[in-house]
Ligand binder design. Structure first.
Ligand code: 2HG
Ligand code: ZN
Length: 457
């Protein structure tokens, strides 16, 4: 049956590069969630928008589900192909298409890695101000599909803010050139923004036009050791009110322990319960002033200001290395967000309910606390089976999502809903909102072939 379908695809698109080896199915069928067993039909590697459109039209005619695929660094199962889908990988579409120095717009194929795009921007003396640890592998199309956040959201906003145009192929096989780089465009619904955070459920993002920005001024990087979680938000407020913050992140002792175990150097002579790392527009005197005030108020126990770029990178490695260092413990991830004034109350409640329900689980708390965004990683005890662990974590996530609902937050800040958070979508979005989302999907994807089963059923 599969062989016949694939023969048909080969006959319809003889130039299309198609992979069917078991190792390829395994490789392209999974993302960083590692929870589902990959089982795609095959992997298609188109090179042009027209070829993508031809694949989608073929898939629509044959009722074959498609999974758009970028760098597969997602953490919510949005790019998993576990049900005989055809994976449509953008891996061969990584070129620059156009640079417009007047409007400072860069247009690229969607398979380009975020890091490449950032270095092209730097080559023009500008910046693309979305950045996060998976920059080397994450594709720009994937970052649009999840409205990726990262460490510069505090100053520059999410991916959505930087998207000036998209070329997409929707689930009908139509090529839509959305917004075309215009700064102002009040001509009805802005369809571009529907594709941002759509997680492949409306169509394939094929080309992306991003706005570039002036570079930030040189930064001072500071790492603070904190005695309690209660100290974090006041330290954030002190830095934000007296200096110009570029980023502000936190992590706990558990997260640091794993990064150190993976080879990083300990920043202080002794461990502390929490740490905050920040970049501020360079102002050493101002930083020292804030540091001293925070020490005097009992909110900071120790601190380090990087004296060189190399030291700044070493300090940032303590934060950016967390995900990789936790990976061997197959963590169950939550990516939650509340408005920052609610953060202390939410965190106290969340910590006590997780602690009471699962006293034996090790939990790493870290994230973009300046945006109200926490990454709560529950680590699998070695003795527990993966299935029992996931079941327990799903009970924990239900408690967390009820707690989030009470605090007006969301179950996904920047990782998306995918498969992992689908059961909790209704706690973040109302029934009427979900019904509207389904209606939008039906317009762009009338046969339900685009990433079915992701976000909602
Ligand atoms: C980060 O902020 C990423 O480092 C990954 O969003 C978070 O591993 C995680 O839970
Ligand atoms: Zn993050």
């Amino acid at each position: 049956m599969n062989a016949t379908i694939l023969d048909d695809l080969r006959a319809a698109l003889p130039q299309l590069s198609l992979l069917t080896e078991a190792a390829d199915l395994e490789h392209y069928g999974r993302d960083w969630t590692r929870r589902w067993t990959p089982a795609p039909l095959a992997i298609a590697l188109p090179t042009t928008v027209e070829e993508i459109a031809a694949i989608v039209r073929w898939a629509r005619e044959h009722k074959i589900a498609l999974v758009p695929s970028g760098g597969r660094t997602g953490l919510s199962g949005g790019a998993v192909a576990a049900n005989g889908e055809l994976v449509l990988s953008l891996e061969k579409m990584r070129s620059t298409l156009e640079y417009d120095p007047v409007d400072r717009l860069l247009t690229v194929q969607a398979g380009m890695a975020l890091e490449t795009l950032r270095s092209i921007a730097a080559g023009h003396g500008l910046q693309y101000p979305v950045d996060f640890a998976a920059r080397g592998s994450a594709s720009i199309g994937g970052t649009v599909a999840t409205n990726a956040g990262g460490i510069q959201v505090l100053r520059h906003g999410n991916t959505r803010e930087w998207i000036a145009g998209l070329t997409v192929v929707d689930g009908r096989g139509e090529v839509l050139r959305l917004n075309r780089g215009l700064v102002k465009n009040s001509s009805g619904y802005d369809l571009r923004h529907l594709f941002v955070a759509s997680e492949g459920t409306l169509g394939v993002i094929a080309e992306v036009t991003v706005r570039l920005a002036d570079r930030d001024p040189p930064a001072s990087t500071v790492l603070f050791a904190l005695p309690s979680f209660a100290a974090i938000m006041p330290v954030f407020a002190a830095l934000r009110d007296r200096l110009r913050l570029q980023s502000f992140e936190f992590f706990d002792a558990c997260a640091l322990k794993h990064v150190l175990h993976a080879g990083a150097h300990a920043p202080f002579d002794q461990p502390y319960p929490y740490y905050a790392i920040a970049d501020v527009d360079a102002d050493e005197a101002g930083l020292l002033e804030v540091f001293e005030a925070c020490v005097n108020e009992g909110r900071v126990e120790d601190g380090l200001i990087a004296a060189s770029d190399a030291q700044a990178s070493a300090l940032w490695r303590l934060r950016e290395g967390i995900t990789e260092s936790l990976a061997p413990h197959t963590p169950y991830k939550n990516d939650v967000v509340v408005r920052t004034p609610r953060m202390p109350a939410f965190l106290a409640e969340a910590q006590s309910l997780l602690g009471a329900a699962y006293p034996d689980f090790e939990v790493a708390w870290f994230g973009h606390i300046g945006d109200g965004n926490l990454h709560i990683n529950i680590l699998k005890p070695a003795a527990l089976s993966q299935a029992d662990f996931v079941q327990a974590c799903e009970r924990a996530t239900k408690l967390l999502s009820e707690c989030l609902q009470r605090h007006g937050g969301s179950i996904s800040a920047e990782h998306g809903i995918g498969l992992v958070k689908k059961p909790y979508l209704h706690q973040t979005r109302s029934d009427a909102e979900i019904a509207a989302m389904r209606g939008i999907k039906a317009v762009f994807d009338p046969d339900g072939i685009m990433n079915p089963g992701k976000v909602f059923d």
